[in-house]
Design a protein around this ligand. Structure first.
Ligand code: SF4
Length: 164
């Protein structure tokens, strides 16, 4: 499987989730949380003229003159979302399209909505390339990473697979 934004996100969220997803053990369609995330995506994207644009193997939510915007249902794993967005900026850059990144987190209460901004500097791009190499190694490995045993597992689409 080609590296995409979801794989990057999972790598930072949980290496086991990254491995399982990239090796096509996809249990996500049954997850309530994934459905909520998709519904928010669809709603927000339909509010915009520049909604869901596909470039190579990535789908970006919105592009304006200055920003590429990614929409998430919460900022519970901001680090994973940040690297996913940086990966999109890198793919765009490889096509000659230079943008800054904007991450919109749509919380249950509208007043809690948050916006974060990121830029792909040369240094960050090098770090990202290092992570991409590590991800390739991880998903081609013979062994599945161990279970995390963290509270976030309860919200994960792979919970039953990992614990039951
Ligand atoms: S349930 Fe936990 S260990 Fe299993 S894939 Fe999800 S986050 Fe990772």
């Amino acid at each position: 499987m080609k590296i995409n934004g979801t794989i990057i996100n999972y790598y930072f969220h949980c290496k086991r989730q990254c491995y399982l997803f990239a090796n096509r053990l996809n249990l996500e369609d049954n997850s309530e949380l994934v459905k909520i995330g998709k519904a928010i995506h669809e709603q927000k994207s339909s509010d915009s003229d520049n909604s869901e644009i596909s470039i190579e193997n990535i789908k970006v939510d919105k592009i304006t003159k200055e920003y590429l915007t990614e929409i998430k249902k919460s900022d519970s794993d901001i680090n994973a979302s940040k690297w996913q967005l940086l990966f999109y900026l890198k793919v765009l850059k490889s096509k000659g399209i230079i943008r800054k990144g904007k991450l919109e987190c749509v919380e249950k209460k509208k007043s809690d909505n948050k916006v974060y901004y990121f830029e792909l500097t040369d240094e960050i791009e090098k770090e990202l390339e290092f992570h991409i190499l590590d991800i390739k190694k991880l998903i081609n490995s013979e062994s599945i990473p161990t279970v995390l045993n963290k509270p976030k597992c309860k919200k994960c689409a792979y919970y039953e697979y990992c614990y039951i």
